[in-house]
Ligand binder design. Structure first.
Ligand code: ACO
Length: 273
């Protein structure tokens, strides 16, 4: 096919509170080009505060989640423009990954197939991750002569052990979805034909939680990883106080239903919204 229009590099639909967003260059195994990176930022922007969206799922059209950065359009073509070209392309890709890391709504990576290199950025950016058992994860950078940049080396060390990260990055061998669970890359691996049902099940649970508390919770889990215990304790007090003062009457309702109405137990599920 002729080159896909920028607007067509990302597809999405909203169903029952869930935005299903897809890398949409299946003919190029969904590798990330500057066009795709720009379009993804626009889509994330449009969905972030859309009241119809409570959870965002990031998946891929066809056989791939994403085959990492586009070796031609992201590397070769932008490098030909000099430093300005490279830095511009980096800003566009790192930009949407960062946006996703701190997204207002809970996010789930639904890894349906190949996930390489630069794909580790959005993988880590999503709060939860579910993979097909046959999905393949690889830091293939070493196989074509670069280091795992764009955050990929950091993601590997964040998600798995030092020895595994080192082997993974140096050997350029892929792991499948089941091994990705064992290594901590994803929460669960399922047969491909059960993947969407399971992800939707998780999304529907998240949709019933207090959204202010969810945003504060996901940010807290990311932030405290880099803090001392005392700093974390302090941060969490401030984060909860900020959440209390911002549009969070639901928290009081949660206490009321447990303490006064005795209609639910927070240890066993969410309050009735
Ligand atoms: N960059 C540019 N083009 C790509 C990429 C990529 N990352 N991945 C796939 N494509 C293109 C292929 O060149 C091919 O294009 P063509 O039809 O015009 O020839 C098309 O997508 C289909 O790819 P195939 O290789 O034919 O698909 P196949 O299903 O046989 O293999 C696989 C899939 C294993 C993902 C293979 O395409 C591949 O190895 N891709 C590169 C993966 C990679 O190493 N990515 C870079 C990681 S490092 C980083 O992101 C910084």
């Amino acid at each position: 096919m002729t080159d896909r229009a920028e607007a067509d590099t990302v597809a999405f639909e909203i169903v029952d509170g869930v935005a299903w967003v897809r890398f949409n260059r299946p003919e190029k195994r969904n590798c990330m080009s500057p066009k795709l990176n720009r379009r993804m930022m626009e889509v994330l922007d449009a969905l972030e505060f859309d009241p119809a969206v409570g959870v965002l799922v990031l998946t891929g059209e066809g056989t791939s989640w994403t085959a990492g950065m586009d070796l031609k359009e992201y590397f070769r073509d932008t490098e030909a423009l000099g430093l300005k070209g490279s830095r511009g392309a980096q800003r566009e890709s790192y930009g949407w990954w960062r946006r996703l890391r701190w997204y207002q709504k809970p996010t789930i990576a639904m890894v349906n197939g190949w996930c390489f290199g630069g794909g580790y950025g959005p993988l880590f950016a999503c709060d939860l991750a579910f993979a097909a058992e046959d999905a393949q994860f690889g830091l293939s950078e070493i196989n074509w002569g670069i280091l795992p940049g764009g955050g990929a080396a950091k993601v590997a060390t964040e998600l798995t052990s030092f020895r595994r990260a080192m082997y993974h990055a140096m050997m350029g061998e892929n792991i499948d979805g089941k091994t990705a669970v064992e290594w901590g890359f994803v929460n669960e691996a399922l047969p491909l034909d059960q993947l969407k049902t399971r992800v939707n099940e998780v999304a529907q649970v998240l949709l019933k939680k207090n959204p202010v508390a969810l945003k504060a919770t996901k940010d807290s889990i990311r932030r405290v990883r880099e803090m001392t215990y005392d700093n974390a304790e302090d941060y969490l007090i401030r984060a909860q106080e900020a959440a209390n003062s911002y549009d969070n009457e639901g928290r009081k309702e949660g206490i009321k239903q447990f303490i006064d109405d005795k209609s639910y137990k927070p240890g066993l599920g969410a309050y009735d919204t």
